[in-house]
Each structure stands twice: as structure tokens, then as C-alpha cells.
Design a protein around this ligand. Sequence first.
Ligand code: ADP
Ligand code: MG
Length: 238
Amino acid sequence: MAEVRLKNVTKAFGSVTVIPDLDLMVPDGSFTVLVGPSGCGKSTLLRIIAGLEMPTAGTIEIGGEDVTDEEPSKRGISMVFQSYALYPHMTVKENIDFGLRLAKTPADERERRVAEAARILALTDYLDRKPGQLSGGQRQRVAIGRSIVRQPKVFLFDEPLSNLDAALRTQMRVELAQLHQSIDATMIYVTHDQVEAMTLADQIVVMTAGRIEQVGAPMDLYDRPQTVFVAGFIGSPK
Ligand code: ADP
Ligand code: MG
């Protein structure tokens, strides 16, 4: 079980409070998408869940356990960023395997997990290539592969597709939906792309200025926006 629960989370940088007092429930196994304008606190919230930032106040629970004071590597989460730094001198296989090698996972187990991730991500034929010999979409899949092999309970994605061109974004959207179906994990996904949010999410969280405006299923927000902001954001795709 890996629901994620934020209770009374506050975050201030110096004297500036960017998240005043936030409660959020992310159901186990859901594909939850966080949307909102630039600067509203989406990345900060992900970083707090990941343990890369400490909240000024409040608690974070993952799978019913309070992890507020737990270090990032012990939270059972994995984060995929927009700029995916692969090791250029290593093969795809070595890139995907890297974290497992650091964690001293036994060799046969590493072999098995890398093969499984490559299968899910259609990278089996590319394992011996270097990142420079891959397309942008394949490189992003390698970055996701590095997360998958660690078998996290929760995946955090921070605008993972925003560096890709439109056609590739559409393709990756389909692949991410398939990924969610094929592995048993909770996804929390940040984007400012309404189409991405509407097509990927089973729960959308609309944020503005560090607060949650509305939470609901995509068609819920579309049909019954509770604020003018939500109506404008969900109703008028770019
Ligand atoms: P988003 O991801 O929604 O664009 P962020 O979470 O990156 O928003 O930022 C939310 C607010 O917090 C912004 O005003 C940003 O300038 C501020 N902020 C983020 N990180 C820091 C930091 N390390 N120090 C000071 N201010 C920060
Ligand atoms: Mg951000």
C-alpha cells in the first residue's frame, strides 16, 4: 500500500511562505496529476514528498507511515525530472543498472530487473547503445528505466516531457499510461500541459499560489469547476 498523504504542510523560504497550509490525499495506485501556473509550488511539493526539501511544518505519510524525518533513499519513492542526465560514456544497460549497482543489489537480481524494465520500455534492442545514439524519447525512457529498476512504490514526475517535441510528447503520453498499467505504483505527475493532465490523470489537483483550488477526476473538473481559475485552466487547452 502506498497512498501519499500530506497533512498541514507549510513551506517557507526565508520570510516567503510559498505553501501556506496544504492537505492532500493521493490514493494508492492512482495517477495523480498536479497542475497550476509556473511558480505556484508544484516542484516544491514534489521535492517535499521526495525528502529533497524539508517542510517548515506538517507531515508526509507514505503507505500509512510518517516519513517526514526519513531520508530520501528510504522513502520508497523515485523522481524523474525534466532534464534527464544520463551518463554519456555508459551504455543504456549500464545507465539503467547504475543505481542497483550502487545499492549492491546481487548481480542476477540486477540482470533480471534491467531486462524487465527494458521490456516494459521497449529498450531491449538498445541496451548496448550509448545515450548519444538514442532519440530524445528513448533517452527519456532510459531515465524512467533507472527509476523502474529500483521498484519504487511511488513515482514522482516533474514535467518529464516538456523538453520533447509535440509528436514525441503524444507518444510518451501513451507510453506513460501503459507504464502505469503494467507496474503497480502510485504516480504523482507535474505538468502545465492541460491535455497531458486530462488524458493521463485519474485525479487532477489544481494548485495556485501554494494552495489547492480543487481536486477531482478530469471530467469532474471539466464539468463542475468550483472556481473561475479551475474553469479557465482546465477549460482552455493551449
Ligand atoms: P512550480 O514548480 O509550480 O513552477 P516552484 O515549486 O518551483 O513552482 O516554486 C514555488 C515558489 O517557491 C516560487 O516562487 C519559487 O521562486 C520559490 N522557490 C522555490 N525554490 C526555492 C528556493 N530554494 N529558495 C527560494 N525560493 C524558492
Ligand atoms: Mg516546477
